[in-house]
Design a binder for this molecule. Structure first.
Ligand SMILES: [Zn+2]
Length: 340
């Protein structure tokens, strides 16, 4: 097929399987390598269109079968990383699936039809919040569909091993919980070689989206010490966690392999610092809604999904400033206005 775009690269014993996706990130990268005689796959790819076919023909090109793979470690719940997990397990029941317990719980909750009502209620509450932050009612209402739409691409698969921060595999791979882009996001650190599989936590060209997520009440209660509002703070802490490991090479879920991890982490931190500064000077004695700020930064002609992404990105920064006591809020005609 003419639209077949996939690539297999070998980088110091790590096989990168790079397959195109119909999103702005263009490619999703899975990684396959051997450790202690076992084959380990990082992430399971996207369950959409002919992606499955592309993944299996990549395995074929590498002369391996799904039955040869022993472990699959999932970085986070997004559909381009966890999508095919159930299919992989079905084709190889011996394959051990590993994911963080938060990712497991979110997956279980989002894919259980009995929770559809709760998911809708949560989505409605989130949409009402977004309208308060300045989004139009029309756009806000469409966001509800967006929240209830994506879980349809997920299929439940119970992990064989639930992972937690600091867990190790064969004493060689360390699991690092890195919330920010997604609540249950993990990075996988190959200690001896100082390789890091970063999922979407650290990418080479874009700063990962920092968003507020829809979390079921029981999970929020379980993690009651976790600040569900100040996500940017969690993300920055997660970046430092990685920086402290001093990785030599980062293998991300999209875009290019990163050979200067420390510099890239500094760049991402710098980006957020600048954004915080820009927002502060924009709203200096000039109250405006978070939505207006997002339009100024990201443009006015965005579709619902991108408007939501832009707004939640700005909210990430505003909540960070709010936690530091650097912004004030006032209410006008039912909308919240930020200023400093
Ligand atoms: Zn991704």
């Amino acid at each position: 097929m003419s639209d077949f775009k996939s690539e297999i690269n070998e980088i110091e014993g790590i096989y990168q399987i790079k397959i195109d996706v119909p999103f702005a990130v263009k490619y999703v990268c899975l990684y396959l390598f051997e450790l202690e005689g076992k084959k380990i796959l990082i992430d399971s790819g996207l369950n959409m269109g002919n992606w499955k076919k592309k993944l299996f023909s990549a395995f074929e090109q590498m002369n391996i079968s799904i039955k040869d793979i022993d472990y699959c470690i999932i970085s986070h719940i997004h559909t381009d990383h966890i999508g095919l997990v159930k299919i992989l397990k079905k084709k190889n029941p011996e394959l051990k699936i590993l994911m963080h317990d938060i990712t497991h719980e979110l997956l279980r909750w989002q894919t259980d039809n009995n929770n559809l009502k709760e998911l809708e209620i949560q989505a409605r509450e989130t949409a009402d919040q977004l309208i308060k932050y300045g989004m139009s009612e029309e756009k806000g209402n469409k966001i509800i569909q967006f929240f209830t739409f994506w879980p349809r691409f997920l299929q439940y698969q119970k992990p064989d091993i639930e992972m937690h921060d600091g867990d190790t595999i064969f004493d060689k791979l360390k699991i690092i919980w890195t919330p920010g882009h997604s609540f249950g996001h993990i990075c996988i650190f190959y200690k001896k070689k100082r390789y890091l599989f970063s999922g979407d936590h650290i990418l080479s060209r874009i700063t990962p989206h920092i968003g507020n997520f829809v979390v079921p009440k029981h999970l929020a209660e379980e993690y009651k010490d976790y600040d569900f509002k100040n996500i940017l703070m969690h993300y920055l802490v997660s970046l430092d966690k990685i920086d402290n490991l001093k990785p030599k090479i980062i293998f991300p879920g999209h875009q290019e392999i990163i050979y200067n991890p420390h510099e890239r982490i500094l760049e991402i931190k710098e980006h957020h610092k600048n954004r915080l500064k820009e927002i502060s000077s924009l709203i200096k004695d000039n109250p405006m809604t978070a939505y207006r700020i997002s339009q100024i930064h990201f443009g006015e002609d965005l579709d619902e999904m991108n408007s939501y992404m832009a707004l939640s990105e700005v909210l990430g920064h505003l909540f960070y400033l709010e936690a530091e006591g650097k912004v004030k809020i006032t209410e006008r005609k039912g909308k919240l206005l930020y200023y400093c």
